[in-house]
Design a protein around this ligand. Structure first.
Ligand SMILES: [Zn+2]
Length: 133
């Protein structure tokens, strides 16, 4: 379950998040590829937003994209995420963020596997893994 009350200011977010989480979720940083322990996570379970706890991705849609970041072909629910067009770094990319707290997650690329053909390339630091009980 997502938490009801979200931090309202950067200062509040800094209290809740680690510096790495704050940089990615609130300032759109990108973690260094290959650094997330979630890259190797293969157990069944749910990946929730590190900012607010909203379920975002499930282990069933995770695949190894060999890109250095946890990758998924679909969100747990389309309403769990929102996207914007990101024109930074001289590229046009689809930015993806948590629909509940607006925390930045990563980017979506149209080169993923079936059935969606999409690759949600997500910073592991913006996720928390909850193993299935
Ligand atoms: Zn969130």
């Amino acid at each position: 379950m997502a938490e009801d009350t979200l931090p309202q200011t950067d200062e509040d977010w800094r209290k809740r998040l680690t510096p790495e989480q704050f940089a990615v979720l609130r300032q759109h940083a990108t973690e260094r590829p290959g650094t997330s322990p979630l890259n190797a996570e293969t157990r069944p379970g749910t990946f929730v937003c590190a900012g607010c706890g909203q379920p975002l991705y499930t282990a069933e849609t995770k695949f190894d994209a060999h890109c250095g970041w946890p990758s998924f072909y679909a969100a747990v629910d389309d309403s769990a995420i929102d996207t914007t067009v990101d024109r930074s770094l001289f590229m046009v990319r689809t930015e993806v963020h948590c629909a509940n707290c607006q925390g930045h997650l990563g980017h979506i690329f149209p080169d993923g596997p079936a059935p969606t053909g999409m690759r949600h390339c997500i910073n592991g630091v913006s996720l928390k893994f909850v193993p299935e009980k």
